[in-house]
Design a protein around this ligand. Structure first.
Ligand code: PLP
Ligand code: SF4
Length: 444
């Protein structure tokens, strides 16, 4: 039997099931201003909206989750309506945005807050220059929604009860410092304009940043990074000014023979509805290229079936699946991490289901600043201790980088060993020894 599930997109007025949104018409729901105004970031409002559907246990767990989470909570009414409230514990969208305390588990002892060392590779505030020809430009520190697993939870969103955020001074005054740095580096050709989320930049800011970068002679490619398409496609359908600003930047790029693309962030096929398709069709008609970067998340997209469906559905709506990331070693979200072994298995099952150019590369962003490495390219991996060792000869020659599978993927005996300082060190040394990297870098 042919499986065509990827073409079945949710449509209709699915939000009306909530008493709070029962009277909301299609026109209102499609209005991005309505979505923003009715986005939920406080516990009381969330409870009021969902209490008709969920158990007291669940309400208690999210009440505690709100207090413990390192990330601010914010969800759009759209996302909230896509959650299956008959089974909120297991819902892939709920897991990404709404913390439930009894599902939180202890952090791996090797975790740090800025695990990718983005701050160490920053020549100026808000700009990470790690690879020679491309740089990451952080322009804003807010997002239309907040993901529990955000890699930049050290800086993105408001302070929470457990984390005081680093101030990256992301405002138009500081952008100028970044532009000047980019101008001073002739080797730079590619700028990732990120955040936070570039959805939260005004139409004027999109033009200001886009035009300024395209006018730098050596800049050939820019991308706007936004999760917005996945969490609030309404903006594309109803914020004409913003979409026109983006289109102007894309058109100028085309005239100058430079690429302008959008990189977005869908994680589960359930996030792709008829509304997403309408929004993406609109951008497609304007010739705007959209690529997708997912994060592999436990219980969200960590089965081959789920990832195959996501890849096929993205391809179906003309979004190119570009990357699937191994979850970074971020604090407070161990329940969402998976092992390297899981990612390898899923990659094997995804390659071959559709066109090669729509097959994502599964990468691990090596902790400590090694950059993105193909998940299969480790020098050594021990699934028993969960330690993997990677090198990045074109990025940080002579160095090696270690990643640690989450404790929940390991045996009880090994979990105990990680809690012991000496055994911990021994497991790391053992992995380094077997990988041969120490010897090689010694002779390099
Ligand atoms: C991911 C990333 C980039 C872009 O890398 P691609 O592999 O080209 O998508 C650039 N700079 C930094 C610091 C990054 O983390
Ligand atoms: S949209 Fe991106 S930057 Fe914002 S919270 Fe989610 S992962 Fe972090």
């Amino acid at each position: 039997m042919k499986n065509l599930k990827h073409r079945e997109l949710q449509e209709g007025e699915f939000w009306r099931k909530f008493p709070a949104f029962a009277e909301v018409s299609q026109d209102e729901f499609i209005d991005y201003k309505w979505q923003i105004k009715n986005s939920i970031s406080d516990l009381k409002k969330l409870v009021e909206t969902i209490e008709y559907f969920v158990s007291d246990d669940f309400l208690l767990a999210i009440t505690k989750g709100f207090h413990l989470a390192p990330m601010t909570v914010r969800v759009t009414p759209y996302l909230l309506s896509l959650i299956d409230w008959n089974d909120p514990w297991n819902d892939p969208i709920r897991k990404q945005f709404i913390p439930a305390s009894n599902r939180l588990i202890e952090d791996h002892p090797m975790l740090t807050l800025d695990s990718l060392h983005e701050q160490k590779d920053s020549p100026v505030s808000g700009l990470t220059h790690r690879y020679s020809d491309k740089a990451l430009f952080l322009t804003v520190n807010s997002c239309p929604v907040y993901c529990r697993f955000c890699t930049r939870s050290y800086a993105v969103g408001a302070d929470t009860e457990t984390v005081k955020k680093m101030d990256l001074y992301l405002n138009s005054k500081h952008w100028e410092t970044a532009f000047q740095y980019i101008e001073s580096c002739p080797e730079l050709e590619d700028i990732v304009i990120s955040g936070g989320d570039t959805y939260n930049l005004s139409a004027e800011a999109i033009k200001k940043i886009g035009f300024r970068l395209l006018q730098i002679p050596h800049i050939q490619r820019i991308r706007f990074a936004t999760k917005g398409l996945a969490v609030m496609p309404m903006k594309i359908l109803s914020d004409e000014k913003w979409v026109d600003a983006l289109t102007e930047v894309v058109c100028l790029g085309r005239k100058l023979h430079k690429q302008v693309a959008i990189h977005t962030h869908f994680n589960n096929a359930q996030e792709i509805t008829m509304i997403s398709k309408l929004a993406i069709d609109k951008l497609f008609e304007r010739g705007i290229v959209i690529r997708n970067q997912s994060v592999l998340l436990r219980g969200v997209n960590d089965t081959s079936e789920e990832m195959q469906l996501l890849v096929k559905r993205l391809s179906y709506i003309n979004v190119q699946p570009y990357y699937v990331y191994q979850h970074d070693m971020v604090q407070g979200v161990e329940d969402l991490r998976t092992s390297v072994q899981t990612t390898i298995e899923i990659e094997k099952n995804v390659r071959g289901v559709t066109a090669g150019f729509n097959t994502p590369t599964f990468v691990l962003d090596a902790p400590g600043g090694g950059g993105k490495r193909c998940i299969h390219s480790f020098e050594y991996y021990n699934p028993e201790t969960g330690v993997s060792v990677y090198t990045a000869p074109s990025v940080k020659p002579g160095k090696y980088f270690m990643y640690f599978d989450p404790l929940h993927s390991l045996s009880e005996e090994i979990r105990q060993a990680w809690r012991d300082e000496n055994k911990r060190q021994q497991m790391c040394l053992d992995a380094i020894y077997h990988s041969g990297v120490a010897v090689r870098s010694h002779f390099a």
